[in-house]
Design a protein around this ligand. Structure first.
Ligand code: TYD
Length: 230
């Protein structure tokens, strides 16, 4: 496929969503019109599925959860990701199939065989070219998600409040994926300030996109972008 597909993964509170936003601003400022998206909730239908899943007052059965994430992904892959990649765009998704391996596989305990069948069905084999795994200790992740919930603009959703055991299994599974696929998955250390982490992100992404001919760090493109906005 002519485009480049990048995913951001990590446990809740790893700071990946903030990093995605910062990276998106940086790429746009340098003339790379990256499509930023997310799972669950990248499409209109996906947004409704996301709300139904994450805020459900009724207890969601783990099998239902697995299938709804898969439905969200099928819609995302077929209606948004593939067309954008076929058009040659850079697409960056906040979570993708590795999340199902980590959360529903290791977290909820579904067998690797079932997980891989469901992932294959939903993605039709579409794999990221590059994945950044934002790693954080369980302790720091809990501190961050608790701070988020105290700060009233965010509510801690259902999966956020799973116990530490669950998050430990999810984190270990992500690290296993990185070990098994070191070419695709790069671990990003998220200790220290947000700016420091963003430097680490750019240190991986910029040379990668340059090597694929999808990013030229050339300031002369900036006035063109500005002119278009006027
Ligand atoms: P979201 O509010 O988007 O959180 P975050 O900003 O932390 O990504 O919620 C995503 C939640 O859904 C998160 O707890 C992980 C979970 N999830 C799965 O369990 N399986 C999946 O396949 C995906 C994509 C997400």
């Amino acid at each position: 496929m002519p485009g480049t597909f990048i995913t951001f993964e990590g446990i809740d509170g790893s700071g990946k969503s903030t990093q995605l936003r910062l990276l998106g601003n940086f790429l746009r400022a340098h003339g790379c019109d990256a499509l930023l998206t997310r799972e669950p909730g990248g499409t209109t239908l996906g947004l409704r599925l996301r709300e139904a899943l994450l805020d459900a007052m009724e207890e969601v059965d783990p099998l239902t959860e697995l299938l709804v994430f898969a439905a969200d992904r099928a819609q995302h892959v077929r209606r948004m990701l593939r067309p954008a990649l076929e058009a040659g765009r850079v697409v960056i998704s906040d979570r993708y199939a590795d999340a199902t391996v980590a959360y529903q596989g290791a977290g909820r305990g579904f067998s690797p065989e079932l997980i891989s069948q469901i992932v294959q069905l939903a993605t039709e084999g579409l794999k990221p070219d590059l994945t950044l795994l934002f790693d954080v200790s369980i302790e720091e992740s809990t501190n961050r998600t608790t701070r988020r919930s105290n700060n009233k603009t965010f509510t801690r959703d259902r999966l956020d409040i799973e116990h530490a055991d669950f998050h430990t299994r999810v984190r270990d599974a992500y690290l296993q994926i990185a070990l098994a696929e070191p070419e695709r998955v790069k671990i990003i250390d998220t200790s220290g300030p947000v700016e420091r982490t963003q430097e680490r992100v750019r240190a991986v992404i910029v040379p990668y996109l340059q090597s694929r001919g999808q990013l030229e760090i050339a300031d002369f493109r900036l006035p063109i972008a500005n002119l278009k906005q006027q």
